[in-house]
Design a protein around this ligand. Sequence first.
Ligand code: NI
Length: 158
Amino acid sequence: MAIRTIVLEDDPVLRKKSRPVEKFDQRLWELLDDMADTMHKAQGVGLAAPQVGVLRRVVVVDIGEGVMELVNPEILETSGAEEDSEGCLSFPGQYGLVTRPTQVKIKYQDRHGQWQLRQSTCPLMARAFCHETDHLNGVLFVDKVSRMLSPEELEEMA
Ligand code: NI
């Protein structure tokens, strides 16, 4: 396992569309392990493969309940809407208000290629899934913010 470098906001790789994973091999498992380590070290709740420069549809999420690995994730249904502050490991220190669904139903493959279905009614989980899935399509949270938080508001959050 290794810590990978997280690419930052101006890197064009963040704007590219990621390709589906076809091989569920050692190389994928290393990527997943490294992404989990990298996310934890950076104290994030989610990380998408393009953020470490790999244009594959791979995401890790950990909202404090353990690491979830999502390969080729697809959001099947969403409901609810909530505006809350949101950030991104590729935009250190920047936060904005983004409206996201509060419930999602997703399908994805696990590290062995088995399809899994997951329904979440946790707003933070729904937000993380939506944010990370956007990354796979070159979409960033700054595209969806109603406004960025001011330095004063950031201080209050800290
Ligand atoms: Ni992000």
